[in-house]
Design a protein around this ligand. Structure first.
Ligand code: G1P
Length: 292
């Protein structure tokens, strides 16, 4: 019986994507820095990780992503400006974005060769322990957060968060072949990246939350190309089936695909409607807009 480390201390955040769907905005701003209401997407992802007990944050970046690195650091000028103005509320707000010294690493994925490749770039930061992977453009509103739910339901092996999608949408996701259902988890008997609806083994789709065993890195090291000629995390997870337990966890919450304009706009509308400061006014405005 393989012995598993229970504690998941590290999370990888692949943030090297080009964000071409949001050009021209993403010409000089990483897509992960686009705000939903007043927080950048990457902050939601980090908050979710912190809530789940993650202590080390590994960002896999690319060219033009220095804004992310700066965001998690002190902004000396702004802090002193706010101090001078005794604007303690905002001072506190920006100081909270600074992660603990020594808990953050940035590694560059020099070429965008796929999600699997991005994750593999972080290999030297991971010793012999399971690690979380969080895709910031999948914004998940959940209480507790999605990664916390996963860790609470995880007892070793690999795990992906999943949700049901319409049959026509399978070609946008990793799709699992479901096996036995054990309470909130579904055994993963197979997993395939972006199958056409007619080839999809189910409509149970992976969203951007993973718990992976270190052995996944061994398969990623083979650098095999898959769907869209990219190195796919999905394929390396598939290679682990039979060697390690593998479960899908149908999280409780709402996922916004903030990698698309429609998902991003829906997320903004949802968060705006719930906001204490602007929610009511926004609701009134939106309702009258829709009446006309
Ligand atoms: C990635 C994964 C895919 C997963 C999706 C979730 O695809 O490769 O398996 O279903 O994230 O958002 P991407 O959307 O980066 O193309």
């Amino acid at each position: 019986m393989t012995k598993f480390s229970k504690k998941i201390r590290k999370a990888i955040f692949p943030v090297g994507g080009l964000g071409t769907r949001f050009l021209p905005a993403t010409k000089s701003i990483p897509k992960e820095m686009l705000p939903v209401l007043d927080k950048p997407l990457v902050q939601y992802a980090v908050d979710e990780a912190i809530e789940a007990g993650i202590e080390e944050f590994i960002f896999v970046t690319g060219r033009g992503k220095s804004a992310i690195e700066n965001y998690f650091d002190h902004s000396i000028e702004l802090e002193s400006n706010l101090k001078d103005k005794e604007n303690l509320e905002n001072l506190n707000l920006i100081q909270k974005t600074v992660l603990k010294p020594g808990s953050v690493s940035f590694i560059r994925q020099q070429r965008p060769l796929g999600l699997g490749h991005a994750v593999w770039c972080a290999r030297n930061f991971i010793s012999d322990e399971p690690v979380a992977v969080i895709l910031a453009d999948d914004l998940i509103e959940a209480n507790p957060g999605c990664m916390k739910q996963m860790i609470e339901n995880w007892d070793g092996g690999n795990m992906v968060a999943t949700m049901n999608v319409e049959d026509k949408d399978t070609s946008s996701y990793g799709i699992i072949t479901p096996g036995k259902i054990i309470r909130d988890k579904i055994e993963v008997r197979g997993i395939v990246e972006k199958p056409k609806p007619k080839n999809a083994p189910s409509n149970i789709a992976v969203v951007g939350r993973y718990i992976i065993q270190p052995s996944v890195f061994e398969d990623l090291a083979l650098q095999k190309k898959g769907t869209n000629d990219e190195i796919q995390l999905t394929d390396s997870l598939s290679s682990q089936i039979g060697k390690y337990p593998f479960y899908a966890y149908n999280f409780i919450g709402t996922r916004y695909d903030c990698g698309t304009k429609i998902g991003f706009t829906k997320a903004n509308t949802n968060f705006a409607l719930k906001d204490d400061e602007i929610g009511k006014e926004y609701n009134d405005w939106l309702s009258s807009l829709l009446k006309n």
